[in-house]
Design a protein around this ligand. Structure first.
Ligand code: SF4
Length: 288
C-alpha cells in the first residue's frame, strides 16, 4: 500500500484510469505466454509465440476504441509490436516452455481471512513437481524494481504465497517473478514463520483501511510513484481536491477484498526500475 489516497481513488471511488500502451502491452504479452502452453511442447518456440502476438492484440483491442486508439499510427504500432516481441524473446532466454507442463495458468485464488479481508489474486502460472512441490511464476513486463522498491515486490510474492498456502494447504516451495524488461528473475522461498508474520501484516493493513474508511481520512503519500498515478489532478499533494466520498457499500462488496488480481497496474507494479534512464520515465509494468 504505497499511497492510501491512491487506494481510495482506485478501490473506494473506483475512478477510471486511462488505458496506456505499456499496460496494454503487458496484457497482450501475458496472453501470449498463457496460450503458448496450449501448444504441444515441441511447438513452444519463439516463432510460434510471435505468431500469437497479433491475435492477442486483436482480442484486447477489438471492441475497445480507447485501446485501439493507442496504436493509431504505423510508427507507433511498429514500435509497440517490436517492444512486445523483445519481451517475448526475453522470456525465452529465462526458460524453455517446451520442458514445462504447468499445473494451472491464470489461476484465480480467493481466501476469506477469518476476521480480515477476502484475499484475491491471479497466479500467472502454477507448476507442480512430481514430489508435490509447488512453484508460482509471475511475468512482469517491466524492469526489475530499484532496491528501495523491492519491498513492494516482496509484498506481492508473500501475498501469493499466503494465498496459495491458505487455499491449497501447502506452502509453495518457490515463487518467481520474471522481469522481462531486463531479463532478471526474483526468487522467493517462503518459510512458514514469515507467512504467519505476513498474515499479521495483512490484518494490520486491513485494520488501517477500515479506520480510514470509517474516518474518511485517506492520506496522500507523495513519492516517485506519483509520476504514474492517474489521479494527480484530484490529489491535494498536487494542488487538487478529491471528490466527495461515495456512499458506503454493503458487506461483501468488492471493497471488502484485498485484491491483487487486477491486471491494470496496482501500485506494486508501477515501480521505478533497478536502472532508470536519466530523464526518462520508467515504464510501469503491468500486473500479473
Ligand atoms: S498523485 Fe501521488 S500522492 Fe496523490 S494519490 Fe497519486 S500516488 Fe498518492
Amino acid at each position: 500500500m504505497t499511497c492510501p489516497l491512491r487506494y481510495r481513488f482506485r478501490v473506494i471511488d473506483r475512478l477510471p484510469e486511462a488505458p496506456s500502451s505499456t499496460a496494454t502491452r503487458g496484457v497482450v504479452v501475458h496472453d501470449v505466454l498463457e496460450r503458448i502452453f496450449e501448444l504441444a511442447p515441441g511447438r513452444r518456440t519463439v516463432g510460434e509465440a510471435m505468431a500469437l502476438l497479433e491475435p492477442a492484440w486483436e482480442r484486447v483491442s477489438v471492441g475497445d476504441p480507447a485501446i485501439a486508439a493507442l496504436l493509431d499510427g504505423d510508427e507507433e504500432r511498429d514500435a509497440w509490436f517490436a517492444s512486445a516481441r523483445d519481451l517475448i524473446e526475453s522470456y525465452f532466454r529465462l526458460e524453455d516452455p517446451s520442458r514445462l507442463q504447468p499445473a494451472a495458468r491464470e489461476l484465480l485464488l480467493e481466501h476469506d481471512l477469518d476476521g480480515g479481508p477476502v484475499l484475491r489474486g491471479i497466479l500467472d502460472r502454477l507448476d507442480e513437481a512430481p514430489t508435490g512441490d509447488l512453484r508460482v511464476v509471475d511475468y512482469k513486463t517491466g524492469r526489475s524494481p530499484a532496491l528501495e522498491f523491492e519491498r513492494a515486490a516482496l509484498f506481492q510474492l508473500k501475498f501469493y504465497a499466503l494465498l496459495l498456502w491458505r487455499t491449497r494447504g501447502r506452502i509453495p516451495r518457490e515463487l518467481r517473478f520474471y522481469y522481462l524488461g531486463d531479463g532478471i528473475t526474483m526468487v522467493y522461498r517462503p518459510e512458514e514463520h514469515e507467512l504467519r508474520g505476513f498474515e499479521r501484516t495483512i490484518r494490520a493493513l486491513w485494520a488501517a483501511i477500515e479506520r480510514a474508511t470509517t474516518s474518511g481520512s485517506w492520506q496522500a503519500r507523495r513519492s516517485r510513484l506519483c509520476e504514474w498515478c492517474d489521479h494527480q489532478a484530484l490529489c491535494p499533494a498536487w494542488g487538487g481536491t478529491p471528490p466527495p466520498l461515495p456512499a458506503p457499500r454493503r458487506q461483501g462488496d468488492e471493497q471488502e477484498a484485498l485484491d491483487q488480481s487486477q491486471r491494470a497496474l496496482p501500485a506494486q507494479e508501477a515501480l521505478p526500475s533497478r536502472a532508470p534512464k536519466p530523464g526518462k520515465k520508467t515504464a510501469p509494468a503491468q500486473i500479473g
